[in-house]
Design a protein around this ligand. Sequence first.
Ligand code: GLY
Length: 604
Amino acid sequence: MIRAHEHMNSQAIRQKFLAFFKERGHTIVPSSSLIPDDPSVLLTTAGMQQFKPYFTGELDPMEYFKDKDGNPTRNTVSIQKSFRTSDIDEVGDESHLTFFEMLGNFSFGGYFKEKAIEYGHEFITKEMGLSIDYVSVFEGDSEIPADAESEKIWKLLGVKDIRKFGRKDNFWGPTGAEGPCGPTTEIYVNSALRQAQGKPPVEVWNIVFNEYYQRKDKKLEKLKTPGVDTGMGLERLAMVVQNKPTIFETDLFVDIAPDGLPTNMDVRFKRIMLDHARAVAFLIADGVRPSNKDQGYILRRLVRRMMAHFHRAARGSFSTGDVLGMDFIDIERLLVAAVSKYGDFYENLKKETMLLVFREENERFRRAINNGVRELKKVDEVDAKQAFKLFESYGLTYEILKDFAGDKAKNLNRQDFDSEFAKHQEISRAGQEKKFGGHGLILDTGELKAGNEEELKKVLRLHTATHLLQQALREVLGKEVGQRGSDITAERTRFDFSFPRKVTLEEIKKVEEIVNQKIKEDLPVNFVELPKAEAEKVGALYFFKEKYPEKVKVYFVGKTLETAWSKEFCGGPHVKRTGEVGKFRISKEEAVGSGVRRIRGVVE
Ligand code: GLY
């Protein structure tokens, strides 16, 4: 028998979820970026991350959120793009993913256990038409009492099977180095098909009662106002609603490979390819570009692993054949399909950007790979040192070595490789410090460096010119231009930004003209201090890698913040008026990585 809900596709589930909570006094908040503000976390791993300041009381939700009738509310609902690198080695089984969508409802001092559990129960049983197999609650330990209240609420709702677990299973958080956390109650559901196949129920919904704040030293403090934070993976929910054996048979994945994947690829690798295609598409959409650092390094590994597997599927083996001749059209198809499957619901998924970034990385990898495979053949055993060398010189990632080097890499493990990698990064950082340290600089913000008063004046002019440059680049090349780094000395400014191709001479001329026009207008340069969320609201640009405090300075060029032509999160200092900058000229434009361009500019 096919139940009515089996035909509900993922988009219908999303809409039902948002509508359900909107109807019950929640504000719908869009997903935040996969790149979080919290510098202690590389990627966004949960829906609650963007709401941390409301849980802690730093920001008052009533000032920011309104319900459907326009009244202030303490409750929000979101569908958050999430990424868990911790699960990367598990991907390929039936339920683990790197990228996933998390449905969540939140309350910052509004409702608590009773309502949160009732909402969960009603949504799962009525809206989704599922029956709850069992639920779990926190059993208590020496520090935190058992959650008898949740147990009682579930009983009143008629749930019979209530299991009790400890910290490992029923306590959640914090994300990053510190933050809100607390005991959880979890809902387990199965589909008829899975049950018939003897598969166990899956945890679909995690309802967290944020009662504590875990400090950096791991000590727990009671939060002033307890809150609710829930997380439900859309993929798992779709699996049980649509009555599928694994998440990979839901429309979320079937629609991105409607014609299937190469038949000679085994099922584990097919799943890895489907997972990675979505992950790659969403990382690129949020501005990540392949590199050997941080988020860029994650993206690079995902792309290269896909290439290696499609190459093997096409040529029968990874170590023979000419990689240079391959076009990897299958991967491009997956990426384009991901854009069309998800592009209506999520922002910034653009086919052109996707393909440009992929093709550039593709080119880099092809150039390195044949030598890499040759080198790999020469070694008898790949240990961590050897693996790092193969990565650094020939682009063979850890995952590729594990997937393809067979017995040679059997003793290689992620921990050893990661520590080799970290060692190397420390050495290059130390090199940087040596270059600039101990020279008696009178200004050194990391971004700005000046050795004496004269240099300082020049640096301030170049700094303001850099803000004008960024805004002019966005006007000429589009909003996808985002800062990737900047470095200013008395000689020049150096500005790195995301953009997928070479900037033409004509475009460079146009950018220079705009900057010089703004200089001619002699506009005032001022700053205001604002809470970070406010600053984002007024549209101030910021550099996503930078660590910003809760209150930030926004430098703006123009008479008022509202009418300003350029607005940026920035610590300063700057000149007082643009007229002081002088004449600006771009002296060089070049690539510094896939999808990252570098401009050097001077003032005269
Ligand atoms: N924040 C709840 C969860 O990620 O499960």
